[in-house]
Design a protein around this ligand. Structure first.
Ligand SMILES: Cc1cc2nc3c(=O)[nH]c(=O)nc-3n(C[C@H](O)[C@H](O)[C@H](O)COP(=O)(O)OP(=O)(O)OC[C@H]3O[C@@H](n4cnc5c(N)ncnc54)[C@H](O)[C@@H]3O)c2cc1C
Length: 398
């Protein structure tokens, strides 16, 4: 725990969460679960979820009014780091993306009817959801550039379009779909977010898109989806018509803290693997890997980079808690690309230190290499965040 950001309830909670992760989840890190379909490990994780509930550790990400623990973003970030030590930590505690973001969206902007129908079972862990915005034929880096439409027909919207990289759509109960409802409005007021149950006629998963050689299934997959004349009630819209982009912005601020701290947790665990390997690998000439200055450099640089990354994310989280996400946009952009880069760099150094072993599934490193490379692309590609940050800074010099 980072003492600068510690609170009394974290001092009580974090050791318990850490112990649960070590005792119950780390033993699941076998090649069978890391390389097999998610459906193989899902029943075990459902059992673990019951144990999380029995241990009184459920609802860490939810507000008190919704039956959760009401942690601040800065507190939850520190929980997220601990959960990220193992690939299924967030899922076992029902804190996984994209459900955690969808819950927050429904909590803040959903109608009472949407909350009753979708938020309550999400919080109970009875259903999963997905967020369907990116399209194969349009540059996702420009969120106003959507082809999917939702046309009003009486008291219904009729949705048509094609999405891809809708994470976790396979097996989800509903999708929150970004679709154009107001084509004549200014670009940032054209789209709305609409709940589409996955059993709606016209909703079709075309395929789970293979990512680094793995199509995956269930929560650990990214679907291409066709929406063909999907008809849903107008009351399935979240917030105002045309507010989709603004809602997406609201969702992304805290979302980047969640990702950032998850990446810090992964980096920390990869760092431990790096150090253990450096300290133990005998090179057969009387020296160990850790005696080499190259490797010492990796270790020293990784240590400082991870610490800097953690401080950057927690500072931004605290400021979001105090002032709201809009006031700390620059810091959020900065941490998004910096922390993703640190995590990937540390994983890569750890793989290199393990030699051929690092490329196998006998350690966690290859799993993370496959599943986390996307960190520099999703939620805003590095280049988009860097130019956004630089533009803001340059304004102050003009
Ligand atoms: C693992 C993973 C999970 C995802 N999950 C979801 C999900 O659940 N729901 C969902 O809707 N989407 C999801 N996405 C999609 C993700 O949000 C998009 O990939 C992202 O927004 C980038 O859009 P794009 O892929 O169309 O790339 P493009 O917009 O085509 O950009 C390609 C590249 O061009 C460069 N670039 C783009 N714009 C600029 C610019 N202005 N300046 C400089 N360079 C630029 C960047 O290097 C960028 O990586 C996921 C993606 C991944 C990899």
């Amino acid at each position: 725990m980072e003492e600068l950001f510690a609170t009394d309830r974290l001092r009580e909670l974090l050791p318990r969460i850490h112990e649960f992760v070590q005792q119950e989840l780390v033993p699941l890190e076998t090649a069978a679960y890391l390389t097999g379909p998610f459906s193989r490990v899902a029943p075990l994780l459902d059992e673990k979820r019951q144990r999380v509930k029995a241990a009184g550790l459920w609802g860490l990400a939810d507000p008190v009014s919704e039956g959760g623990r009401g942690l601040t973003l800065c507190e939850f970030g520190q929980v997220s780091e601990v959960l990220a030590r193992t690939p299924f930590g967030h899922y076992a505690f029902n804190c996984q993306a994209p459900d955690i973001g969808n819950r927050e969206l429904l909590h803040r902007f959903g109608s009472d009817e949407l909350k009753a129908r979708y938020l309550a079972p999400l919080q109970a862990g009875d259903i999963r959801s997905c967020f369907s915005m990116t399209e194969p034929d349009r540059a996702g880096s420009n969120p106003t550039n959507l082809g999917t439409t939702a046309v009003r027909d009486g008291d219904a919207y009729v949705l048509n379009g094609r999405k891809w990289f809708t994470s976790g759509a396979d097996g989800a109960a509903f999708a929150i779909v970004m679709a154009v409802t107001n084509p004549e409005a200014p670009p940032h007021r054209r789209a709305s977010q609409i709940v589409v149950p996955t059993d709606t006629p016209g909703f079709r998963i075309v395929r789970n898109v293979p990512l680094m050689g793995e199509a995956g299934d269930g929560w650990l997959s990214h679907a291409e989806i066709e929406y063909a004349d999907c008809r849903v009630p107008v009351t399935n819209r979240i917030g105002e018509e045309g507010a989709g982009f603004a809602l997406a912005q609201e969702r992304l601020g805290p979302g980047r803290i969640h990702h950032g701290m998850r990446w810090v947790g992964i980096a920390e665990r990869a760092f431990e693997l790096l150090c253990r390997r450096a300290a133990s690998r005998d090179l057969g000439d009387g020296s160990r890997l850790g005696d080499k200055q190259f490797v010492q450099g990796w270790i020293a640089e990784s240590r400082v980079e991870i610490d800097a990354a953690r401080l950057l994310v927690l500072r931004a989280a605290r400021r979001i808690d105090e002032r709201g996400a809009a006031a700390v946009r620059e810091e959020i952009s900065g941490l998004k690309f910096y922390v993703a880069g640190v995590m990937l760099h540390v994983i890569d150094r750890a793989i290199q230190a393990h030699g051929a072993l690092g490329l196998t599934d006998d350690t966690l490193l290859a799993f993370w290499y496959r599943h986390e490379r996307g960190a520099r692309v999703y939620d805003g590609a590095d280049e988009v965040h860097k130019t956004a940050l630089a533009r803001q800074i340059l304004k102050r010099f003009q």
